[in-house]
Structures are given as structure tokens and as C-alpha cells.
Design a binder for this molecule. Structure first.
Ligand code: GLC
Length: 558
């Protein structure tokens, strides 16, 4: 599978001898919203293949695809029925192979999403479990328990679903009577596996090998902090401000249990059987960077998303602190830090960085949300934040559409919303649809070139004509042009494999050197001087020769 073109490109992108994932820029494709070749309103694998050349032009090293496996799509594919096949809405395994080969020909690596915490309730194992008796082998693959109360009418414990409501659902037994309960940390259509069961472990080693044999370069592992639950499944009494995915709360009996690490040690061994630096990236929301670093110890995974960075406010001191803490914590275990500002679960950073009210992860913004962002402020900050991030050593993740400066879509009609969060909270939380709207390719085309029929699974806003890729590609000052320049310079100057040296700077300014580049982000209240040297690029225009507020510059210092 591995082509010569791939090797050449990766050699350029990484420091000599270093694995590709230490410094790669990885672009997240959310397949249902990327490009739709068959015109049914949902993106697909052939749509991805048809736009790989655009990603090559953009200059990314790898793509991560959110799930495209067989699924009833109750949680946009994070509810899998067959881990080793492609859902017909996305295409076929042959389409996947074509896409993978086309990516590799262009020197782009491919990471797929693996969802091991839970399956769909339509998975054959869960159907078998429902049909089987309490205590059976089939029930033992999931977390079935007797209820509390005189007749078992109360859930086995008080855990709540991340999407709202109880984390337990009661089933009817063969005699038609209410019976046991099963655990689902997410939607009731997503039953949690019992990872203490060796059969579950063996099945996932098989699934890993299935995709590795096809030639994938690695896996993004969904809910990598959740697979093991505290023995005895004790009640949990969260702090009032504990984040739903566990990012802020300590000692949660279903997040970050020590036994989870054995699973990744097993997987590490599986990946080590293959050539080509295959990689595992953890989606693990944990209370501290130091804890997250435990997922990337030398015999476990390779990368973990840096959600602490993503959640940092637009504040110079806070950013400097989180960068320092990240570099130190990951270096202590021999891993690279990653950096990320947006994904399919959070408010897009072109909106988030200008929110004026608290908005915990998963809440989303809609017409009635407090503190809605001023779009111009959000975009200016987003561009500055990206230029800061892409100057950092390590690996960076981008989310499709951020290279166009897309904002969160706020005015999605209620009846178009699809995130289970919206339904499970009785419309109290808008959820994540606002960052998942199909992206615009061509201003003057049906569905902005997402397909040629005009159908889209979520409506696209009228203002997006100005943000379409063809418009931005023709404009040197566009966000797309800025990303292309930053990625090009980052690769040429090997910044991903570089190192960071802080520079003295006034309050409100983040300034550091990475190799030949000085990066300065002005997050303060007044314009500041451009560092000495040749200006490489700027996230916004200079004003009177100064770096204005909410602007980042890259300057060549050698
Ligand atoms: C992860 C995914 C999210 C999904 C959840 C349940 O957080 O990123 O989209 O809803 O897991 O699988």
C-alpha cells in the first residue's frame, strides 16, 4: 500500500528519523459533511476521493476520517453495527480502498476512527444480548445489571449519559416483563461494551488488524478514557461544574480508570506487528494534561488530543501556561504534544473565541444562547489562534472548514437539528450540529458544490457563498490562503519537528521562536511592534506598521 510518493512527502514533513505523527498536520474529515458524490445530501467516500487534490494543495500530511462504518446513524456514525464494513450511505469497501490509494499516491496518510467504548444497539452482539437470558455469555459482552428497588425498577446506579438523562435503560425479558438494565454512557442506542471480557478484547484486536491489513496509517480512538469502569460501578456525585466528557472533573468512576491502559498496551503490540509507523491517537477528556500524557507513554498510544489547549481562553497568560504545561508533560513521556482548536464536538473556533458567556463542551449555540459572538471578532481571533498554533512544535489537528474560516451555524431550524444531545435534553442544549454543516466548495453552485443536487442533511447558511473554497482560493487575503501559506512554511521550515524558546514580551503578547521563525500573537489591548526580521506572513493586515490586536505574525529571524 505504501507508495514512494508517501515516503518522500513524509520525509520532508518530519525531522530525520522521527515518526511522521510527531510533527504531522492532520486534517479531520467529517465524511457526511465533506463532499457528496452521489447527491443524496450526505457526504461519502467518493466525495472525499474527488477532493484529495484540494487537501494536497492545502498542504496537510494526513487525514482522519470520522466513522463511515455500518451504522444506523443515531449518533452520526459513532454507533457502529459492523466495524469491518462501510455504511452504504458512504459507499463500499472498494470506495474506501480507492480513497486510501488515492490519498497515499498524494503523500497523504489516512487515520480512521475506531469506536470501542460502545456499539450500536443494532449490532448483532447486542441483539443477541437482548434475546438471551440474564447472566448469559451474550449479555456478558455488555454491561447488564439488575436494577435497584423492590422490583428492580430503579437504575443500578446514578450515572448520567453524556448526552443528558440516565445512563441506563431497562430491557424487557423473554417473558415480556421489565428486566435488567444496560449501561450507555451516551445515547440509549449506544450500549457500552464490558472491556473486562476477553472476547471483547479479542474482537477489537481483530478489527484493528482488519483496517491495518487494508493499509490505514492509524486510528483515532473514540472515548479512549471510558472503556473501563470502576469495579462495582459505584454512584458518582459530580461537582456542579464538572464537564460532561470528564475534562474538568476528577475521580469519575467511568473516565480514566487505570485498567484502561492495559488495553492500549495490547493494541500497541498489534500495531507494532505492522511496518510504517502506524499510530494511535486518543480522544481522552481528562482533568489535566499530566493525566492525558499517561495515554501516550512509550508502550501505549502515540498521540492524545490536547483538549486543554482547545479549551483555553483567548488570553496570553493562559495560552503560554498551557503550551508550557503541554510541552513538559508530553516530553516527560517521550511523546509529541498535539494542538487542536476545532472538531465535530465543539463550537467552531471562529465563533468560540468570541463567545461572551460560558458554553461548556457539547452545549452548542443556537438562537437563544447567551453571549453570542460578533462574527468579525471571532474570525480575526480564529485566524490569529491558528497562526499561533501552527507555529508550535508537535502535531496539529485541523477540522474541515476551519481553513475557510467557517463559523458555527447558529440559526439551524429546530426541526432540522439531529444531535442526540438536542433530544435527550429536551432542547435545552443545542448540541453539535452547528459545527457539522456541509462545507462550501463553490459559491455559485447547488449546495455550494457539496454535491450537484442541492440536497444537504443540515441546511447551509446564505452567507456561506463568500466563504466557498473557490472564492477564497482566488483571494490572497482569504483564510484559505493564510492556511496554505502557514502549512507550506511550517513544512519547509520543519516547525513541527522544531522546539520552542519563549521571547520576552509585554503582557497580552505571546512570542516565541521555533527554528528560523519568530511567532508573535497580540492578544492584548493595543498594537505592538513587529519583531525584527523579514515578515513571512500575518493573520491580518498590519496597521501603521504595527501588529494590531487579535493578530499573529511570523517573522524570519535568521
Ligand atoms: C466522541 C465523539 C462524539 C461521539 C461520542 C460517542 O466524543 O467524538 O462525536 O458522540 O464520542 O461516541
Amino acid at each position: 500500500m505504501t507508495s514512494t510518493a508517501l515516503d518522500t512527502r513524509i520525509a520532508l514533513a518530519s525531522a530525520p528519523g522521527a515518526e511522521w505523527w510527531r510533527s504531522a498536520v492532520i486534517y479531520q474529515i467529517y465524511p457526511r459533511s465533506f463532499a457528496d458524490a452521489n447527491g443524496d445530501g450526505l457526504g461519502d467516500l467518493r466525495g472525499i476521493t474527488s477532493h484529495l487534490e484540494d487537501l494536497k494543495t492545502l498542504g496537510v500530511d494526513a487525514v482522519w476520517l470520522s466513522p463511515f462504518m455500518t451504522s444506523p446513524q443515531k449518533d452520526a456514525g459513532y454507533d457502529v453495527t459492523d466495524y469491518c464494513d462501510v455504511d452504504p450511505i458512504f459507499g463500499t469497501l472498494a470506495d474506501f480502498d480507492d480513497m486510501l490509494a488515492a490519498a497515499h499516491e498524494r503523500g497523504i496518510r489516512v487515520i480512521v476512527d475506531l469506536v470501542p467504548n460502545h456499539s450500536s444497539d443494532q449490532h448483532v452482539w447486542f441483539r443477541e444480548a437482548l434475546a438471551a437470558a440474564p447472566g448469559s455469555v451474550a449479555r456478558g459482552r455488555y454491561l447488564f445489571r439488575e436494577g435497584k428497588g423492590e422490583h428492580g425498577e430503579l437504575p443500578p446506579n446514578n450515572w448520567e449519559s453524556v448526552f443528558g438523562g440516565p445512563a441506563w435503560t431497562r430491557v424487557r425479558e423473554a417473558d415480556g416483563e421489565p428486566g435488567q438494565w444496560y449501561l450507555h454512557l451516551f445515547d440509549s442506542s449506544q450500549p457500552d461494551f464490558d472491556w473486562t471480557n476477553p472476547e471483547v478484547r479479542a474482537e477489537f484486536r481483530r478489527i484493528l488488524r482488519f483496517w491495518l491489513d487494508r493499509g490505514v496509517d492509524g486510528f483515532r480512538v473514540d472515548v479512549a478514557h471510558g472503556l473501563m469502569k470502576k469495579p462495582g460501578l459505584p454512584d458518582y456525585f459530580p461537582d456542579a461544574d464538572g464537564g460532561s466528557m470528564g475534562g474538568d472533573a476528577a475521580d469519575v468512576p467511568y473516565w480514566g480508570q487505570p485498567a484502561v491502559h492495559d488495553i492500549y498496551r495490547e493494541w500497541h503490540e498489534v500495531l507494532a506487528e505492522y511496518d510504517g509507523d502506524r499510530a494511535l491517537c486518543a480522544e481522552a477528556w481528562l482533568p489535566s494534561i499530566e493525566q492525558t500524557a499517561l495515554w501516550v507513554r512509550p508502550d501505549e498510544m502515540n498521540q492524545a488530543f490536547n483538549f486543554a489547549y482547545l479549551e483555553t481562553k483567548w488570553d496570553a497568560a493562559a495560552l503560554r501556561a498551557v503550551i508550557d504545561a503541554s510541552l513538559a508533560a508530553y516530553a516527560a513521556v517521550g511523546a509529541p504534544s498535539t494542538w487542536v482548536l476545532s472538531n465535530h464536538d465543539v463550537v467552531r473556533h471562529a465563533s468560540r473565541l468570541a463567545l461572551t458567556a460560558e458554553n461548556p463542551q457539547g452545549t452548542g449555540i443556537g438562537p437563544n444562547s447567551p453571549g453570542k459572538p460578533i462574527p468579525e471578532v471571532g474570525l480575526r481571533r480564529a485566524r490569529a489562534a491558528t497562526a499561533l498554533m501552527l507555529g508550535l512544535p508537535g502535531s496539529a489537528y485541523l477540522y474541515q472548514g476551519e481553513e475557510l474560516g467557517l463559523p458555527e451555524v447558529i440559526n439551524i431550524p429546530d426541526d432540522a437539528r439531529q444531535d442526540p444531545t438536542w433530544f435527550r435534553t429536551d432542547h435545552e442544549r443545542y448540541g453539535r450540529d452547528g459545527c457539522r454543516v456541509p462545507i462550501p466548495w463553490v459559491a455559485d453552485a447547488p449546495a455550494y458544490g457539496f454535491n450537484d443536487t442541492g440536497a444537504t442533511w443540515l441546511p447551509q447558511p446564505a452567507e456561506w457563498a463568500d466563504l466557498a473554497r473557490d472564492v477564497e482560493a482566488a483571494d490572497e487575503a482569504s483564510t484559505l490562503s493564510m492556511y496554505t501559506t502557514l502549512l507550506d512554511e511550517r513544512r519547509e521550515r520543519r516547525l513541527g519537528a522544531g522546539s520552542l524558546e519563549w521571547l520576552d514580551s509585554p503582557a497580552g503578547v505571546v512570542a516565541f521562536r521555533n527554528g528560523s521563525v519568530t511567532v508573535l500573537a497580540n492578544i492584548g489591548e493595543r498594537p505592538v511592534a513587529v519583531p525584527g526580521g523579514r515578515l513571512i506572513t500575518s493573520s491580518g493586515s498590519l496597521v501603521d506598521g504595527l501588529v494590531p490586536v487579535d493578530t499573529t505574525v511570523w517573522v524570519e529571524t535568521d
